[in-house]
Design a protein around this ligand. Structure first.
Ligand SMILES: O=P(O)(O)OC[C@H]1O[C@H](OP(=O)(O)OP(=O)(O)O)[C@H](O)[C@@H]1O
Ligand code: HPA
Length: 181
């Protein structure tokens, strides 16, 4: 995106969760995940690209044995509304028979995570767990409920901490909502 436009979007956006609030949520999630899965030797799968920051902050706080790999699934592709779920990196063969923990940045309508669960269970995953940094309060039922949720965000397009707005601002340490027109 044009950098001037990106700066303007950030200036006009509303701060939803500060960097310290997000970091605190990640620390709490690490404790909850450790209590639930610390003796399960899970395969942790990070959903590229939005989960990259969440994953990078969470993994060093998980001090138990685990394996790590990535999935690459995309539904928004730089837009603010979702389309079909497209797979760019498929689940690894080694998910078969494993306890799996999927990490994603946001649960919006839930279609992406529900499709991931279906594909992983179909590929022989023994137990499916999921953690999302942000759960959007869309006011409607969702097809999946994550086991671990960091923060709730309002029913607006949000960005920062891995989440993009028209491709920009994944690098912000806090979470913002796009200004409403
Ligand atoms: O709950 P849903 O409505 O399905 O939306 C959530 C998904 O949308 C985003 O991915 P996106 O398709 O934007 O790709 P990205 O991770 O590359 O940003 C996000 O990372 C989740 O995977
Ligand atoms: O609100 C959002 N922000 C960024 N990425 C997203 N993917 C689904 N919803 C969102």
């Amino acid at each position: 995106m044009d950098p001037e436009r990106a700066r303007q979007i950030l200036e006009q956006a509303d701060l939803i969760w500060s960097a310290e609030q997000v970091a605190s949520a990640v620390r709490r999630l690490a404790q909850e995940i450790t209590a639930a899965l610390g003796d399960q030797n899970p395969l942790v799968l990070s959903v590229m690209g939005g989960a990259v920051v969440f994953t990078g902050q969470l993994l060093p706080l998980l001090s138990f044995p685990l394996d790590f790999d990535t999935l690459y699934v995309s539904r928004y592709r730089g837009n603010t509304s979702g389309a079909d779920v497209q797979w760019r990196i498929e689940p690894p063969e080694r998910c078969r028979g494993r306890v799996v923990l999927v990490l994603d940045d946001i649960l919006d309508e839930g279609q992406t995570l529900a499709a991931i669960r279906e594909r992983l269970l179909g590929a022989g995953t023994k137990a499916f767990h999921s953690a999302v940094l942000a759960d959007k309060d869309i006011g409607q039922p969702k097809p999946i409920r994550p086991d671990f949720v960091g923060l709730t965000v309002p029913n607006r397009y949000v960005f920062g901490f891995g989440m993009d707005v028209y491709g920009a601002w994944r690098n912000l340490p806090a979470i913002y909502a796009l200004a409403q027109r």
